[in-house]
Ligand binder design. Sequence first.
Ligand SMILES: Nc1ncnc2c1ncn2[C@@H]1O[C@H](COP(=O)(O)OP(=O)(O)O)[C@@H](O)[C@H]1O
Ligand SMILES: O=c1ccn([C@@H]2O[C@H](COP(=O)(O)OP(=O)(O)O)[C@@H](O)[C@H]2O)c(=O)[nH]1
Length: 236
Amino acid sequence: MAAFKRILLKLSGESLMGEKQYGIDEKRLSEYASQIAEIAALGVQVGIVIGGGNIFRGLTGTSKGFDRVQGDQMGMLATVINSLALNSALQAAGVKSRVLTAIRMEPIGEFYSKQKAISSLEQGEVVILSAGTGNPFFTTDTGSSLRAIEIEADVMLKGTRVDGIYTADPEKDKTATKFDEITYDEIYNRNLKVMDLTATTMCKENNMPIYVFDMDTVGNLKKVITGEKIGTLVRN
Ligand SMILES: Nc1ncnc2c1ncn2[C@@H]1O[C@H](COP(=O)(O)OP(=O)(O)O)[C@@H](O)[C@H]1O
Ligand SMILES: O=c1ccn([C@@H]2O[C@H](COP(=O)(O)OP(=O)(O)O)[C@@H](O)[C@H]2O)c(=O)[nH]1
């Protein structure tokens, strides 16, 4: 039995690199697709936002002399590249799926609207919501908060390479300990950097719970969906 009826899954672009230094690792991509196929088969409605950090980030561009707005536009296009790769891997795994884009670019994908996203979800399609929010100065974490709220998801699942939220960045501080649950306010008060503050605030103000878990271990997505407590729940 699934614990959620409709979810918004955020996937990290950077995790898509797998063992590589840049771009898309086919093994990681097909692992993601098979994990998503597994939960789609349970009847869960799945919306997905995928990052672009494996290809380009606007802020990194600025440090190399790029204009920030154009750098962010490059970053948003990078999320479209990842979305197409995931869409193709999902279809290869037998999952019905489609890409919507926050910036008009037919025929690559239809232009996003809440109504289109929900009608696809209700027809049992996995919907990949690409190009972030369509605006510079945002991140895909904010894009996924926004879309989770818009499509009225039960939860925003942040699939990442750490297994939850810790008292400090666990990749830098080995003494950090993990929370099973935490409030949005504690994230601010402790200055925890697992998600950007704009994204956290949107979820707080709209009562959208966030669940942070390790997506890079195959089988974990199904565990989360069936109610196993393997990550960290954020709520008011
Ligand atoms: N308090 C914290 N708890 C958990 N992870 C944290 C914390 N502070 C920083 N992080 C880092 O946040 C990252 C997870 O965010 P994610 O959006 O998946 O990464 P990215 O956007 O860099 O691809 C992890 O790499 C982790 O090291
Ligand atoms: O609404 C958005 C979402 C993303 N981006 C750009 O796209 C890049 C890739 O997204 P992100 O860094 O969130 O990817 P991830 O960290 O998940 O791989 C960002 O750095 C931004 O430059 C943007 O400008 N607006």
